[in-house]
Design a protein around this ligand. Structure first.
Ligand code: 13P
Length: 251
């Protein structure tokens, strides 16, 4: 696929499953994952991280969280810090998912603080951006995503500490996806915004993955696009067969 960027296929399980179904799904994915020459990542609910981590321990799969706090410790009831995530084996964390931006009023500044806090614990941040339906239909999608990238991606982002996930909000869980032309245009634009922010070399190394109603039957043409370096998958990551089929479409 892309010469210098290893594809990343990430499952965001969101607030689904229970301890035994999460473990079962992880074991099913792990049984098949090693045959792929790409990074496979599972992001279970935080309460199941340890159990899923144990289930994938002997496989090549990576473990990630769905969110983290912007501080390493302190009086933040109910929150989980990056050092705690690292302690249970996380190598990645999603930050700034649109569901968190909406449900928890997370601003770009909060997202940037979370991303940096994750870096400090040695965790790669998957920073999510994406436009609303209204922004897309009024022609404001590029401006919206540009603003999010410029304010959510901290200085110092590079190929090792950062992944960008482009997730148009209207495509999440809706069964609708942008056309390949729209995705190619947005991913190319994001690469350009990253160049402005972190320079050509780092920008070329940062993976930009697509998310939003990604399924086995629509993934292949999207994954083949020049600036698409993998996928962030919600609903379809809850079935091992479907998730693995999406991974296959990257090869
Ligand atoms: P769906 O794949 O269910 O549309 O969710 C995408 C998403 O939000 C992944 O983070």
């Amino acid at each position: 696929m892309k010469p210098n960027r290893r594809p990343l296929i990430a499952g965001n399980w969101k607030m689904n499953l229970n301890s035994s179904t999460a473990e079962k799904l992880a074991i099913e994915v792990a049984a098949q994952a090693d045959k792929f020459d790409l990074d496979i990542l599972l992001c279970p609910p935080s309460i199941y991280l340890e159990r899923v981590g144990k289930a994938i321990n002997t496989s090549t799969i990576h473990l990630g969280a769905q969110d983290c706090h912007g501080n390493p410790n302190g009086a933040h009831t109910g929150d989980i810090s990056p050092p705690m995530l690292r302690d249970v084996g996380c190598e990645y964390t999603i930050v700034g998912h649109s569901e968190r931006r909406a449900d928890h009023v997370e601003t770009n500044q909060i997202v940037a603080a979370k991303a940096e806090s994750a870096w400090a614990a040695g965790i790669t941040s998957i920073i999510c951006v994406g436009e609303t339906d209204d922004e897309r239909s009024s022609g404001a999608a590029l401006n919206s995503v540009s603003a999010q990238i410029h304010s959510s991606v901290p200085d110092g982002a590079d190929a090792k500490n950062t992944v960008i996930a482009y997730e148009p909000i209207w495509a999440i869980g809706s069964g609708k996806t942008p056309t390949t032309t729209e995705v190619a245009q947005m991913h190319g634009a994001i690469r350009g915004f990253l160049k402005q922010l972190v320079g050509e070399k780092s920008a070329q190394g940062i993976r930009i993955i697509y998310g939003g109603s990604l399924k086995a039957n629509n993934a292949r043409p999207l994954m083949a696009l020049a600036d698409v370096d993998g996928g962030l998958i919600g609903g379809a990551s809850l079935t091992a067969l479907e998730f693995i089929a999406i991974a296959e479409s990257c090869l």
